[in-house]
Design a binder for this molecule. Structure first.
Ligand code: ADP
Ligand code: MG
Length: 414
């Protein structure tokens, strides 16, 4: 039995610019002032650590969201997306938190939320604009299409209204970008009403091509660590399980409050502050809190171990072995202690491992989404086929596959 393998190939910059410019022109009847892009991301390790004040290690994907934009003289934002029906119009003076009488319906919340958050932060120069969106980042695949959307719009707004916070993708203004990250997080948390921890926005705005971003989510400090799989004959295969994950919002909030409660019971502000993990776990009486805290504390330690290994240089055999062990332990902990995997994720990971992957794990929030596996470059097709076949055998909808190469961060492309 051989299932057909579906590849989700990243658009070139030219293709993205052409598509989104055409959409802008057919919708608004003129050429846009410029085009900006922002990447989706995969997190290599450090899962469910961001909202615990911990560390994570994302890379930017070559899969991007493109935004064609022009400023307007007024406070109106007109929006169109190739991924959503219709043209929408929102008055920026009528935008507010999702639980207020100025709530914004649907996907425009991610876009106008960024403009609102920047104005809230004192950037009064931000006014209305017209924007067209197109993207090859799949929705809800754990690859951060929402952050890619926010960040593409953020760098666009930055340039249209001369906020001077972004620099270029090649020469980024990293300090300014921290302000844009904050605005994008507020757009997602406050306006779109999605309770996420900030890893995604930092990845899309602050990654560096060819590197992983070792990110301290507590203080925003970053270290850009070379991550060059290709020169070692390796590749990072992403399986987008396409598993339905309707429970994910409630589960995410439940995990988050369980961690907050565990931190309180241990007597620290964040689980990342725990120094003696064993003693901290002994201080907890609720068995669920023990499991959740054990994942977070262990995952933060694994992420430090991973960056220490990667700093030793190219992914030589000894470094690779260590990374593989850490990836595998991360997935097992997310499955057994944090309980955020699902049948599709576990299957993709198990098959990748049995096909010789150098470490495989789920990435992103879980309950569906994607898994990553480091594989020999010449084994990519074989591993993807084996996963597709296993899904077919189990009667699951076919997954999609992507190649993750550490790509550049958000910036202007036209
Ligand atoms: P992900 O893991 O992909 O970030 P989310 O649920 O956080 O999943 O965000 C997906 C949502 O973001 C979509 O349902 C939609 O509202 C919005 N979104 C993302 N990309 C686009 C796009 N290209 N056009 C319109 N809306 C988008
Ligand atoms: Mg998201």
């Amino acid at each position: 039995m051989t299932a057909e393998v579906h590849w989700n190939t990243a658009w070139s910059i030219e293709e993205g610019v052409t598509r989104v410019t055409r959409l802008y022109e057919t919708t608004f009847g003129e050429a846009p002032a410029g085009v900006w892009q922002a990447p989706g991301r995969v997190n290599l390790i450090g899962e469910h650590t961001d909202y615990n004040g911990g560390v994570a290690m994302p890379i930017a994907l070559p899969h991007r969201t493109f935004a064609a934009m022009s400023p307007r003289g007024d406070m109106i934002v007109r929006l169109v997306s190739a991924q959503e029906p219709g043209v929408r119009e929102v008055d920026l003076t009528q935008v507010g938190p999702h639980d207020s009488d100025k709530a914004v319906e649907g996907w425009p919340a991610y876009v106008v939320g960024v403009a609102w958050a920047l104005r809230e932060a004192g950037y009064d120069a931000v006014r209305g604009f017209d924007v067209a969106i197109d993207s090859c980042v799949p929705f809800g695949a754990g690859l951060s299409s929402s952050a890619a959307l926010e960040c593409a719009v953020a760098v666009g707004i930055n340039d249209l209204f001369r906020l001077d916070l972004a620099g270029s993708a090649e020469e980024p203004n990293d300090t300014g970008r921290k302000t844009l990250v904050e605005a994008c997080i507020r757009a997602e948390n406050d306006v779109a009403g999605a309770n996420t921890g900030g890893l995604d926005q930092a990845a899309s705005l602050r990654c560096l091509e060819g590197h992983a971003l070792f990110l301290n989510c507590r203080n925003g400090e970053v270290e850009k660590v070379p991550f060059d799989l290709a020169s070692q004959g390796l590749a990072l295969l992403v399986t987008d399980t396409r598993a339905p994950h309707s429970l994910s919002d409630g589960q995410y909030n439940e995990r988050r409050s369980c961690c907050e409660s565990a931190a309180r019971n241990i007597g620290v502000e964040f689980l990342a502050d725990v120094e003696d993990g064993d003693a901290a776990l002994r201080a907890l009486s609720d068995p669920t809190e023990v499991k959740r805290a054990r994942h977070v504390i262990g995952e933060i330690a694994r992420t430090y171990d991973a960056v220490r290994a990667m700093r030793r240089g190219a992914l030589r055999a000894d470094v690779l072995d260590e990374i593989a062990t850490l990836f595998d332990a991360s997935h097992d902990s997310l499955r057994d202690d944090y309980e955020v995997t699902c049948r599709e994720l576990d299957l993709a990971v198990d098959v990748a491992r049995s096909e010789g992957a150098h470490g495989a794990r789920m990435t992103g929030g879980g309950f569906g989404g994607s898994c990553i596996a480091i594989v020999d470059a010449d084994a990519v097709d074989r591993v993807a086929e084996a996963i597709a076949d296993a899904y077919e055998r189990e009667g699951l909808a076919q997954p999609h596959f992507l190649m993750a190469v550490p790509a550049m961060p958000a910036g202007r492309v036209q």
